[in-house]
Design a protein around this ligand. Structure first.
Ligand SMILES: [Zn+2]
Length: 163
């Protein structure tokens, strides 16, 4: 009974933390002065939200957080890494070039994580390599948490443009 209640409290707490982190990250972005600070804060928020998302998945799967610290860190780093495509698409390491693209860069296309997930799952099954299976789910969670956060922030901007 106590274990079930503790598990439910933990699920609610981590879900709440994902929301609070996103809200705080977005709120702080409104008050930051420099582009470098905004980029850093945005990137760190993506990374933390992704790590918390993977933690929530581990809790829901009844897996140990301690034994899966590498997966949590991988999720943190991968979600942060996704934004490197801004620089690759801009073909420049200048932040001003990377943040003023006319279209979304390639790692922000949701087909990429779906294909990666599929390829990793198939390789995992073909080679009987279970850790690659876990990796495919971390990739999915990291990309999707990043894309969903980017997407929800884009909605008011899109609505404002259409008016
Ligand atoms: Zn992004």
């Amino acid at each position: 009974m106590f274990v079930k209640k503790w598990s439910l409290i933990l699920k609610i707490a981590v879900t709440g933390l994902i929301g609070i982190t996103s809200f705080l990250g977005d709120t702080c972005l409104k008050y930051t002065q420099t582009a470098v600070t905004r980029a850093f804060l945005d990137n760190v928020t993506h990374a933390i939200v992704s790590a918390l998302t993977w933690i929530l998945i581990l809790i829901l799967s009844k897996k140990s957080l301690v034994q899966n610290l590498d997966g949590i860190f991988f999720s943190f780093a991968l979600s942060s890494f996704i934004d490197v495509d801004h620089f690759l698409s801009a073909r420049s390491w200048k932040l001003s070039d990377a943040t003023n693209l006319t279209k979304r860069p390639f790692l922000h296309c949701t087909t990429v994580p779906i294909l990666l997930w599929l390829i990793l799952i198939l390789i995992s099954k073909a080679l009987n390599y279970p850790s690659l299976n876990q990796c495919s789910w971390i990739v999915s969670a990291s990309f999707l948490s990043h894309h969903i956060r980017d997407g929800t922030r884009r909605v008011p901007h899109t609505i404002a443009q259409s008016q």
